[in-house]
Design a binder for this molecule. Sequence first.
Ligand code: KG4
Ligand code: ZN
Length: 358
Amino acid sequence: MGDGLTVLGIETSCDETAVAVVSERPVPTIRANLIRSQLVEHAPYGGVVPEIAARAHLDHLDDLVARALAEADCDLSDLDGVAAASGPGLIGGLIVGSTVAKGLAWASGKPFLAVNHLEAHALAVRLAQPVAFPYLLLLASGGHSQLLVCTGIGRHRQLGTSRDDAAGEAFDKTAKLLGLGYPGGPAIAQAALSGNPRRFPLPRPLKGRPGCDFSFSGLKTAVRQAVAAAGELDAELTADLAAAVEMAICDTLVDRTANALRWFRQHHPEGTTLVAAGGVAANTRLRARLAVLAAEMGLDFVAPPPVLCTDNGAMIAWAGLERLRRGLTDALDAPVRPRWPLDPSDDGAAARPAGRPT
Ligand code: KG4
Ligand code: ZN
């Protein structure tokens, strides 16, 4: 496959089965990027059921791999490595994805790459365009809200994290309260288009305080109370509440990111870029706000295209490729890791090693 590396990547850490093939030459290229959502399977239960997720990954993965290879116009012998998200995530899905990847790696005699799903989000931007280390990363997804300094592959230092719900979780839970369905982020963003964000003054926990941690649970409670007080939700009320939620979450994310940026500029004066990643980074308003913030601080702002922000196989393949070209391959008995923090010293928001924002 030319003289650059080509890697197949498998994502099965939550409720999306995704397979992609990515090549690095002449420029990083997505040759195939297939995704099958499990929305239908989980809808009757109002949330992701781990056993159902694992079963659905198992049922559809082989077919997706075959289709991705066909679309990329390659076979196993053309690959240089096979990557799978090996954590963090739901253990059943992780086992399915990494076992299939290991089987393909063994059958083709190519290296296996155990990818950290969070690192895949962190590196996805480099698949879309050249971004040099170090960069400050706002990683906001359904399971995680973190501010990190990314200084290299496998080298990420956490400046702050959520003390309760993740930003995406806040979107999903408030959307549920508003009867807007799942996933909540896009549903809230859509409903918010016609809403007045100032009608309901929702809380912005920790805003204006020092440090880079987040908190979103107060927001959920305030929305629940507003819905109860309203009695019945009509379209206007729903739009106004959705707009207020979107603005409150964006305000909080931007405020904490501003603190992290100040720290980043001071400690990494060579760094030039603020990056946003994870499903919430697909949000148009958030992207616009972060672009303004970065410009105010004299930095560039970049985020991957929305399709590379939400969970996908291309980011797993790309993170695998970045590891492979540094020789960071894994053995076929590499374990899956349901808990796998990006920063090994991350033992919860309460404990902060010296030198990080307090
Ligand atoms: O990264 P992701 O696909 O999965 C995890 O690793 O968690 O993120 C999913 C999250 C969901 O909470 C979803 O509501 C949120 O990302 N999301 C959005 C948007 N698109 C997805 N949140 C706000 N605005 C969006 N446009
Ligand atoms: Zn994710």
